[in-house]
Write a protein that binds this ligand. Structure first.
Ligand code: HEM
Length: 198
């Protein structure tokens, strides 16, 4: 930190120090960037590959240029909600849809339920990269919206997905893919096979 204060750079820590965030704030953000930077990209890279391999018609839409890897990433994130829920502590008394909430009550934000709200998305249980996914809340909403959303979009939709399908054009599933988790949701294992070409 003394080095970064003397010579600021574009790193997450340096930017936060320059912005005057408190130690409590930048520690929390760094901690979440480490866990968020690993858990969710890991789950989404594997999960989106699985979704495309098990919906070859949709993979074809990308290969023929009608839709993009970003469409696949955003729709997978809506459909599977890699972060399905996040907890909160109620700060002040409030009534929501007839339910009374008191200070210190614990509540869960259900991103997964919002992302499959049938009043917002038609046929929400279907993986469909051609749909309008713009109302999805896969990265949260409001003041705690994911600080790494654009890093994740770039990492997954602009680098990882195109690279793996380009390098391994005959990548295929080679066994069942069980899913688990609702706070952090993704494939628990994903057997795949490909030809080496030799
Ligand atoms: C597809 C990948 C990702 C998904 C789906 C995702 C999802 C989310 C969600 C839903 C939240 C809000 C949680 C809440 O409201 O309680 C969040 C917050 C956050 N995420 Fe991500 N995330 C992803 C990748 C990343 C990456 C790559 C980083 C960092 C490099 C990151 C850093 C953070 C941080 C620091 C917060 C806390 C923001 C705050 O509380 O102000 N995330 N993320």
């Amino acid at each position: 930190m003394p080095d970064l204060l003397a010579n600021p750079d574009q790193s997450l820590l340096s930017v936060q120090l320059e912005a005057g965030l408190s130690p409590e704030q930048y520690r929390a953000n760094i901690k979440l960037a480490i866990s968020g930077g690993q858990n969710e990209p890991r789950d989404v890279i594997a999960g989106a590959i699985w979704a495309l391999l098990s919906h070859p018609d949709q993979l074809e839409l990308i290969r023929e240029g009608t839709h993009s890897w970003m469409d696949a990433f955003e729709e997978y994130s809506r459909w599977m909600s890699p972060i399905g829920m996040s907890p909160r502590r109620v700060a002040k008394a409030h009534t929501l849809h007839g339910v009374s909430l008191s200070p210190d009550d614990r509540v869960f934000f259900m991103f997964g339920a919002g992302n499959r709200d049938e009043t917002v998305f038609s046929d929400p249980d279907r993986f469909d990269i051609t749909r309008d996914y713009s109302a999805a809340i896969s990265f949260g909403a409001g003041p705690h919206f994911c600080a790494g959303a654009w890093a994740a979009r770039c990492l997954i939709a602009e680098v990882a997905l195109p690279m793996i399908f380009e390098r391994l054009p005959d990548l295929r599933l080679d066994g069942p893919v069980p899913f688990g988790g609702w706070a952090f949701r993704g494939p628990l294992s994903m057997p795949v096979a490909w030809s080496t070409g030799t």
